[in-house]
Design a protein around this ligand. Structure first.
Ligand code: PAF
Length: 286
């Protein structure tokens, strides 16, 4: 079990706990990146950020069944464990935690963790139970890995807000760090689901980023702060592309409550749409 060089792949909770205890006993800090595998450039950035924040980087790869409310979505979720392991090793990850579903949810598993209210809005309204699955598994991983720092992407802005709230509410001893959304050259937010898009769908998918860029333009160049007007622009950019808009909201970034006017720095624009049967989300902070 070395601290540098090769990545160690761990499948059991017991071994992961032991590895983490050894790291801490050696006076070293742990930065942790939870993932569901299917790595893209955004995941690699999270790993690279984690490497700057802790002595040891732990990445978990676990397609969490409890956060999928549609079985079909779970079944078609892209998986390529071998490629993922190679990518993580190349990114300099020290420990790669890749438990089986029964390891995390053994028969008789009954507990759920729910950050009420925040979890029922937006994505939560479209995907009931999704965030309960996310917070349950993230808390379990935090208990297993006991990291000093938890590194997550801002792309899933609501998820980030909910995890932040859970950490505050439960006084978890971990520092949450956010990493800006990684984008493809054409501006599409990197997502494991992008591989499911046909070339035509991809064009429609780009409307999400176009809509967010339009908001930045309207706020910064035209001084429009009224969210009604901004949302109209977002909806028309997405609807006119042929993507099926699920929601577009401009909200306070802590409470996720809709706001009438943009408060610079404290506001999220969140969009979700379906393109060729693939659900995509994107967000920006203004
Ligand atoms: O963002 C994700 O990939 C997942 O929701 C997470 C945080 C790894 C929990 O399964």
């Amino acid at each position: 079990m070395g601290f540098t060089g090769f990545m160690e792949v761990i499948q059991t909770i017991k071994q992961m706990r032991e590895a983490a205890s050894k790291v801490r006993a050696a006076g070293k800090s742990i930065a942790f990146v939870p993932t569901m595998g299917a790595f893209h450039g955004g995941h690699i950035r999270l790993m690279q950020k984690a490497k700057t924040l802790g002595d040891i980087t732990v990445v978990s790869s676990f397609v969490n069944p409890k956060q999928f409310n549609e079985k079909e979505d779970l079944n078609r979720y892209p998986r390529d464990p071998e490629r993922d392991r190679l990518k993580a090793e190349k990114a300099g990850v020290d420990y790669y935690f890749e438990p089986a579903v029964e390891e995390i949810y053994p028969p008789g598993f009954l507990t759920t963790v729910n950050v009420s209210y925040l979890s029922s809005k937006l994505e939560g309204a479209s995907r009931p139970g999704h965030f309960r699955g996310v917070t349950t598994v993230v808390l379990k991983f935090l208990n297993i890995v006991s990291p000093n720092t938890l590194v997550m992407g801002y792309k899933d802005a609501q998820q980030f807000t909910i995890i932040h709230q859970m950490i505050e509410d439960l006084a978890l001893d971990v520092h949450l760090v956010g990493v800006p959304t990684a984008r493809e050259r054409d501006g599409l937010a990197m997502s494991s689901r992008n591989v499911l898009l046909s070339p035509e769908d991809r064009d429609k998918a780009l409307s999400l980023n176009r809509a967010l860029k339009r908001v930045h333009f309207l706020v910064k160049k035209q001084g429009i702060l009224h969210t009604g007007e901004l949302l109209q622009a977002v909806r028309s950019a997405i609807n006119s592309s042929g993507a099926e808009l699920d929601y577009a909201e401009i909200v306070n970034r802590t409470t996720l409550e809709p706001v009438d006017h943009v408060m610079r720095g404290g506001t999220y624009v969140l969009v979700a749409a379906r393109v060729g049967g693939v659900r995509l989300i994107d967000s920006t902070r203004i």
